[in-house]
Design a protein around this ligand. Structure first.
Ligand SMILES: Cc1cc2nc3c(=O)[nH]c(=O)nc-3n(C[C@H](O)[C@H](O)[C@H](O)COP(=O)(O)O)c2cc1C
Length: 197
């Protein structure tokens, strides 16, 4: 009763959605990925910095180059998925800030001239955007299989040679296949996760 979102949408996004480990062969189109992005791009980042970059891994060659850096079962899951995306942070996201945050035209130089700080802030905000992206995948009626079990230094060398983009998450997406889900693990209760001060 406390939530504004209708119960079916709550189920689609959260209660009934699970991380998928297998997928059907049904393709995931560029249009679907664009629709997901065009929805979740409105979710917030600091100074609207929007540092997330999305690489669609479609060709057989690119897929093989990606799974060469996968750990454990992540490689076979990725080879079998209809589409895989590599999420990365653009370490030069500040170049776009004059356009993305016109309210403070100097924010690019005042806050983000230092590369080390840019990496910390960019990674934090790109990671937030990755969470929004997972929910967007679910909003499209698809399932996501996010994975950090990759050698991201290797992935970066493979796909982002100039060092200006750092990958941090790989996501398989599509319609869930046979035995797609592991049993749901328990979650922390509100009382365990929250305190009031
Ligand atoms: C950031 C992130 C990294 C993950 N990395 C892996 C991974 O490398 N391999 C894997 O099989 N599952 C991975 N998972 C899947 C999680 O174990 C799964 O989402 C979590 O246990 C919740 O499962 P549920 O959606 O079925 O409730 C990852 C999930 C997230 C969000």
């Amino acid at each position: 009763m406390s939530l504004a979102l209708d119960a079916a949408a709550q189920d689609l996004l959260f209660r009934e959605a699970q991380t998928a480990n297998t997928f059907t062969d049904e393709p995931v189109t560029d249009e679907q990925v664009q629709a997901i992005y065009d929805l979740v791009k409105y979710a917030p980042t600091a100074f609207n910095q929007s540092p997330l970059r999305i690489t669609l891994v479609r060709s057989e060659d690119a897929r093989k180059r990606l799974v060469a850096h996968a750990m454990g079962a992540n490689g076979s899951k990725t080879l079998a998925a209809p589409l895989t995306v590599v999420l990365s942070v653009d370490l030069d996201f500040h170049e776009k800030l004059p356009r993305l945050f016109p309210a403070l035209p100097n924010v690019k130089d005042d806050f983000f001239s230092e590369a080390g700080y840019r990496e910390v802030a960019g990674t934090q905000n790109a990671t937030l955007q990755a969470g929004y992206f997972i929910l967007g995948i679910r909003a499209a009626g698809l399932a996501a299989g996010p994975m950090t079990g990759f050698d991201f230094t290797g992935v970066d060398k493979e796909f982002f040679g100039d060092g200006k983009q750092k990958s941090f998450l790989v996501i398989n997406l599509g319609k869930p296949g046979a035995d797609a889900f592991f049993p749901r693990s328990p979650r922390l209760s509100f009382d365990e996760a929250a305190t009031t001060v």
